[in-house]
Design a protein around this ligand. Structure first.
Ligand code: DHB
Ligand code: FE
Length: 451
């Protein structure tokens, strides 16, 4: 199902949405680099050499060389970023805007002096206003198009044949697992068979078997960043990773020797747009390093392969600095994510994972708190009555499961994305496991399959 994009029908206008941002990422980042004087100098000295430093497309480089702003926008540029290039050339915003209209500088200035362009006839494509004509194009762009017409026709044919075979993406299962840095260290240092660790890893053997038969195309992985990518300068409540790749972060012990996580930028951008249109305010993150919160659950479910066997969309939830989102908000967000995934026009098998928890407290004289009875009740309620569980206030997590037990609110996002919450069949429990301790933490684990 196509996303709601009424703005595609506004003449002479490009709205910078997640798709445009994905296309234009490096073009816009290149423009940002021109905010530094020494970069401007290097760019002016040798444009080609400077442009070669940025992983832009050849077309984006050609558009920059031609200083054709319409062309740059067509390839994903946004005017606020592109303006750094204009500024480097000594242009004003009025000169930049005017250059895209097909008018001379003088004509444009006079139009603005006489009250600006009228919206009359310029609200919808196909009306008879003065912004309805063909887009002004530089000679360089015209030449580029002539040369690449054939290639474009082939790409369009490919897209059409892909669409013909399309079905919808489906959320097939949810997986819940604690993450603890020490589990990652045990994997990395070959200690999984030690007396301390063996019983914990044994609990995930059935999960690895299940995974072999149920490897998804994409995992939507809900986790929390632990003061790794986001320090106190920026604290997003919910953040979605839309990049193509996510490197493992150096959390102070050196980056974990695990494979690079490969993302799904197109699906992530689709989910971002759909979920924001459902009134959840997501932060879009195009540059993200992932910590133990994300990599440890991957090890628990896949072991240590040379490459992760599927794509992963990281989804971060702030559970570090209060206020953190409520259980009810997380549960509702899960439902919105399900809608978003299942409106994606490609027959992808998608799993949603909730990670973190169970009971643990890493700080203060109460450190080491474990409440196995409460944890197991949490698992029971998560399976049987997640809606009721979602109304539990934060303070109950803190009192009963320890200050860091609040990570468990993230599990409600994954649970909210299951079919029964949207009126479908109740899920089946493919596996359930509980173990104490892993470092300071109670390890809980569930696999729920949609019927
Ligand atoms: C531990 C658990 C966590 O969830 C975490 O993020 C860091 C440490 C622990 O038990 O050591
Ligand atoms: Fe944690």
């Amino acid at each position: 199902m196509a996303l709601e994009k009424p703005y595609l029908n506004v003449p002479g206008t490009t709205i910078f949405d997640a798709d445009q941002s994905r296309k234009g990422y490096w073009l816009n980042q290149f423009c940002m680099s021109l905010m530094q004087a020494d970069n401007r100098t290097r760019f002016k000295q040798d444009e080609d050499a400077y442009l070669a430093e940025w992983p832009m497309t050849d077309e984006q480089r050609a558009a920059v060389r031609a200083r054709d702003l319409n062309w740059m926008m067509r390839t994903g540029g946004n005017i606020y970023f592109l303006s750094k290039l204009g500024a480097t050339d000594g242009l004003s915003f009025q000169q930049m805007a005017g250059s895209m209209t097909g008018m001379t500088e003088q004509q444009y200035r006079e139009m603005m002096l006489s009250g600006g362009r009228s919206p009359e006839g310029n609200r919808f494509v196909g009306e008879d206003g003065n912004a309805q004509g063909p887009m002004s194009q530089s000679e360089a762009w015209k030449e580029w198009q002539a040369q690449h017409q054939l290639a474009q026709a082939i790409t369009q044919a490919d897209a059409a044949s892909q669409n013909a075979a399309a079905g919808q993406a489906r959320v097939t299962a949810s997986v819940f697992a604690s993450h603890v840095p020490a589990i990652g260290a045990a994997v990395d240092h070959g200690k999984t068979g030690d007396d301390y660790w063996a019983p914990m890893f044994k609990g995930f053997e059935p999960s690895k078997e299940w995974m072999k038969k149920n490897t998804p195309d994409v995992i939507f992985l809900v986790y929390n960043d632990h003061a790794t990518n986001f320090d106190l300068s920026v604290i997003p409540t919910f953040a979605i990773g839309t990049a193509a790749e996510f490197e493992p972060a150096d959390e102070g012990y050196g980056p974990r020797p695990v494979p690079t996580v490969k993302g799904h930028p197109r699906l992530a951008a689709h989910i971002a747009q759909s979920v924001i249109q459902q009134d959840f305010d997501l932060t879009i993150v195009n540059d993200l390093k992932v910590d133990h919160g994300l990599t440890v659950p991957l090890n628990l479910m896949f072991g240590s392969p040379a490459e992760w066997p599927c794509l992963v969309i990281p989804f971060h939830v702030n559970v570090v600095q209060y206020p953190v989102p409520s259980g009810a908000r997380c549960f509702a967000l899960g439902q919105a994510i399900r809608k978003a995934i299942e409106s994606y026009d490609e027959p992808l098998n998608v799993q949603i994972w909730g990670t973190g928890g169970m009971s643990h407290q890493l700080q203060g004289p109460r450190a080491g708190l474990i409440n196995a009875e409460w944890d197991n009740q949490f698992l029971d309620r998560l399976i049987a009555d997640p809606r009721d569980l979602s109304t539990m206030p934060h303070i109950d997590y803190v009192r009963e499961a320890g200050s860091e037990g609040i990570e468990l609110v993230m599990w409600l996002i994954a649970r909210g994305a299951m079919a029964d919450v949207a009126g479908g069949k109740a899920p089946t429990v493919a596996h359930r496991f509980f173990h104490v301790p892993a470092s300071n933490t109670a390890v809980g684990h569930l696999i729920l399959e949609n019927g």
